[in-house]
Design a protein around this ligand. Structure first.
Ligand code: NAP
Length: 285
């Protein structure tokens, strides 16, 4: 497992399991436990996924079984926008997540979207960090302008910005901006999130065949080689195992160029941040 250094000085694993849309608790517990058995150490959940409790149960079981210690793991959760009214509501959301998971601390806690009063919410996360509720704080879905504004104006800079990145939405400018501020990029939907038919894509297939790897492995490897943390979601245990096999090959510059030719720009994104209807929907309006 490769790691990347955060601005806190701590290391973050570069591959993790995402558990969005695994709402069945038993299935979520099984997926997390299987991932830890396979070698994963990073698990990505959120209050909005309603499975923080199942993640906490799996973590306890893994520790009880001697698979790892709590220190070995890197557990991320996120505050949803309706709790981002002010610093107090955000801090309380972190406390509630700790209670739901049964964990003593998170390794990373994120503002889920750049919505609601996110500067006040950020102050709530800063206070949670200072009091040891979480070992790092970061943001998610902050486009470059919003991230630059936060980095320039807030007391602390986010350790991570978790954004959608796949060969269909390569986010070149976002990565340049994050590098400037020392923010680690983390890719959600690194496998396209169920869109774009990547497994039928001729470009990806040719690269995969050249290395004797699968298309999923190639998509994850491409992001890893750009210094991007990946958190593919997989409920199927064979997918969890397959996605871990990304450490034994490298892409050529020409292959990376071909993969990046699939970029659809903003048209490739799932969350419509520039659409007021989408913002109102997130805010529950
Ligand atoms: N911050 C945010 O706003 C945000 C938004 C979305 C997601 N996320 C995070 O990012 C994680 C990943 O994103 P995502 O779930 O949207 O999309 P994704 O990881 O790109 O794609 C997940 C889909 O790919 C399938 N899959 C996984 N491994 C595969 C393989 N080796 N071969 C073929 N199919 C495979 C999964 O199937 P099975 O499940 O059937 O195995 C699932 O249908 C989420 O779980 C969540 O933790 C964050």
């Amino acid at each position: 497992m490769q790691t990347i250094k955060l601005n806190t000085g701590r290391d973050m694993p570069m591959l993790g399991l995402g558990v969005f849309r695994i709402s069945d608790k038993a299935q979520c517990r099984q997926a997390v436990l299987h991932a830890i058995r396979t070698g994963y150490r990073l698990i990505d959940t959120a209050t909005a996924y309603t499975n923080e409790d199942a993640v906490g149960d799996a973590v306890r079981q893994a520790i009880d079984e001697g698979l790892c210690t709590r220190e070995d793991l890197f557990i991320t959760s996120k505050v949803w926008v309706t709790d981002m009214k002010n610093a107090d509501t955000t801090r309380r959301a972190v406390e509630k997540s700790l209670k739901t998971t049964g964990l003593e601390y998170f390794d990373l806690y994120l503002l889920h979207q750049a919505m609601n009063d996110y500067f006040s919410a950020w102050r709530g996360l800063q206070s949670a960090y200072k009091d040891g509720l979480t070992r790092a704080i970061g943001v998610s879905n902050f486009f470059p302008h919003a991230l630059a504004n936060l980095c320039e104006c807030a007391e602390m800079r986010p350790a991570v910005d978790q954004i959608e990145i796949s060969p269909f939405f390569i986010q070149k400018e976002a990565l340049v901006n994050m590098k400037r501020y020392g923010v680690v990029p983390e890719a959600w939907a690194p496998l396209g999130g169920g869109r774009y038919h990547p497994y039928k894509n001729e470009v990806l297939k040719a690269v995969a065949d050249a290395h004797g790897k699968t298309i999923a492995e190639v998509m994850l490897r491409w992001n890893l080689e750009r210094g991007v943390v990946v958190i593919p979601k997989a409920a199927h245990l064979e997918h969890i195992e397959e996605n871990y096999k990304v450490w034994d090959f490298s892409l050529t510059d020409e292959e990376k160029k071909q993969i990046e030719s699939l970029d659809l720009g903003l048209g490739g994104q799932r969350t419509k941040h520039f659409d007021p209807d989408f913002v109102r929907m997130c805010l529950g309006k």
